[in-house]
Design a protein around this ligand. Structure first.
Ligand code: SAM
Ligand code: SF4
Length: 388
C-alpha cells in the first residue's frame, strides 16, 4: 500500500467506505493469523522510571505517583496464575527502572521458563545491548518497544534523554534498538500512540509504512490519552519550542463523556482535513490504524489495547478484534499495584482481579464467535523457526 493510499484512509470519513476497510482488515486477519484470539497476561512489575517522556504519568518528575517494584515471588505468582488461566504468554512490563537490574531480571526470566511453559515477552524500555542479550539467553522470547512516532523532531521533543542516565544529552533511538532486538533473536514488537500533539496525518501514515519496513512481529497501537501531571497534559505549549504544533486541536480529556461515546464520523463539509493537520486522539482513528497495520503486516500479532478499551469500555476491544486485531492482554498485576501503574488516568479495568479480567475477556471473545488461542501464539516467522 502506497503512502498516498494510507493517508487517504486516515482522512476517510465516509461510513460506507470505512465499512469496506473494516471488511478488508478482517479478512486479512483471518487469512494471516486465523480465528484464534491470543491472550497475553500482563504484569506491570515496576512503575519506577528514569525517563522524562512528556506524555507518560510514570515519568521520573511526576512526584504525585506512589512508586512500587514487585518482588520476584510476586511476579512468579502472576506467572503461575497465567498458566492456571490457560494463557500462553506472560508480558513483563515496567518503566525504565535501573532497580530492575540485568541480573535480577535474568534470574526472574529463568525461573518463569523453568517453572512454566509460558512464552516471555519483555517491555522494559531502552536497555543496554548486553542486558537485552543476557535476557534473551535467559529465555526471553519477545520484546515490545514502541517507536512512538517516526517523526524524528516530534520524537525528540516528547522523548528527551533521561537526566541522570549514563548518557545525558544522547538522543534515544528506539528504531535502531528494534534492529538490535531482531539481531539478538527476539520476536520484535513496536507501535505508536495515535494523536500525540504535533502528530500529522502524514506522520501517522509514515508510521504505518514503517511497521511494514520493520516487518514487525507484533504491533501495538493506541490513542494518546492526556495525563494532567505531564508536560503534554498541561497544555499544547508544553515547553518544546522546536515543535511546530500544526493545526493543534483541543485534546479531549479522557474523563469527558464525549471521548467515551461512539466515534462521530466527521461531516466532510464541516472541516476540511489535509495531511498536515493534527491527528485526533480518538477511537475511530485507532480502528483505522489497527486496520491499516493489519493490511501492511497481515501476519503480525496485533492487540486490541487497554487504551482503546479506556475510550470505549463497552465495545472498544470487540471492535478492535473485528477490525484487524487478534490479541488481548488481560491484566495480571495485583490490584494494589495496578492502580499505581498510571500511565494515563481512568485506565480501563483498574480494579478487577485477574480472574474477573479473564472471565470478561473470554466472554467478549466468544460473543464474537471467535475462539481463545491455545499455546504460545508465536508470530508465524518465529513459530516456523522453532519447528526447524
Ligand atoms: N517503559 C516502557 C516503554 O516506554 O517502552 C514500557 C512501559 S510504557 C508505559 C508502555 C507504553 O505506554 C509506551 O510505549 C507508550 O506508547 C504508552 N503510553 C505512555 N503514556 C501514554 C499516554 N499518556 N497515552 C497513551 N499511551 C501512553
Ligand atoms: Fe518511562 Fe515508558 Fe513512561 Fe517513558 S513511556 S516515562 S520510558 S514508562
Amino acid at each position: 500500500m502506497h503512502l498516498r493510499q494510507i493517508i487517504a484512509w486516515l482522512l476517510e470519513t465516509d461510513e460506507t467506505r470505512l465499512a469496506a476497510l473494516w471488511r478488508q482488515a478482517d479478512s486479512a486477519r483471518k487469512e494471516g493469523v486465523g480465528e484464534a484470539v491470543h491472550l497475553r497476561g500482563l504484569v506491570e512489575l515496576s512503575n519506577h522510571c528514569v525517563r522524562l517522556c512528556a506524555y507518560c504519568g510514570l515519568r521520573v518528575e511526576n512526584r504525585n505517583l506512589p512508586r512500587y517494584r514487585m518482588s520476584r515471588e510476586e511476579v512468579l505468582a502472576c506467572a503461575r496464575q497465567a498458566v492456571e488461566l490457560g494463557y500462553g504468554t506472560v508480558v513483563l512490563q515496567a518503566g525504565e527502572d535501573p532497580g530492575v537490574t540485568a541480573a535480577w531480571m535474568a534470574d526472574l526470566v529463568r525461573h518463569v521458563k523453568r517453572e512454566t511453559p509460558l512464552a516471555v515477552t519483555l517491555s522494559l524500555g531502552e536497555r543496554d545491548e548486553e542486558e537485552l542479550a543476557l535476557w534473551r539467553q535467559s529465555g526471553a522470547d519477545r520484546y515490545l518497544l514502541r517507536f512512538e512516532t517516526s517523526n524524528r523532531r516530534l520524537y525528540e521533543a516528547i522523548h528527551p534523554p533521561p537526566p541522570a542516565s549514563g548518557h545525558p544529552g544522547q538522543a534515544s533511538d528506539r528504531i535502531a534498538l528494534l534492529g538490535t532486538l531482531r539481531r539478538l533473536g527476539y520476536e520484535v514488537g513496536s507501535g505508536v500512540m495515535i494523536g500525540i500533539p504535533g502528530q500529522t496525518y502524514d506522520d501517522l501514515a509514515r508510521d504505518i509504512a514503517l511497521f511494514r519496513a520493520l516487518d514487525l512481529d507484533m504491533i501495538g497501537v493506541g490513542p494518546y490519552l492526556e495525563h494532567p501531571d505531564t508536560p503534554l497534559g498541561k497544555g499544547p505549549d508544553f515547553g518544546f519550542p522546536i515543535l511546530d504544533l500544526r493545526s493543534q486541536p483541543k485534546i479531549q480529556n479522557p474523563k469527558s463523556k464525549i471521548q467515551r461515546s461512539q466515534p462521530k464520523i466527521q461531516n466532510p463539509k464541516s472541516k476540511i482535513q489535509n495531511p498536515s493537520c493534527q491527528v485526533p486522539a480518538g477511537e475511530l482513528m485507532t480502528y483505522k490504524v489497527i486496520a491499516l497495520a493489519r493490511l501492511v503486516c497481515p501476519r503480525a500479532n496485533i492487540p486490541a489495547t487497554t487504551a482503546l478499551a479506556t475510550l470505549n469500555l463497552a465495545q472498544g476491544r470487540e471492535l478492535g478484534l473485528l477490525r484487524g486485531a487478534n490479541v488481548i492482554m488481560p491484566n495480571l498485576t495485583p490490584p494494589q499495584y495496578r492502580v499505581h501503574y498510571e500511565i494515563y488516568p481512568n485506565k480501563a479495568c483498574l480494579r478487577e482481579t485477574a480472574r474477573q479480567c479473564h472471565q470478561c475477556t473470554e466472554a467478549r471473545i466468544e460473543s464474537l464467535g471467535r475462539s481463545v488461542g491455545r499455546g504460545r501464539g508465536d508470530a508465524p516467522r518465529y513459530a516456523h523457526a522453532l519447528d526447524h
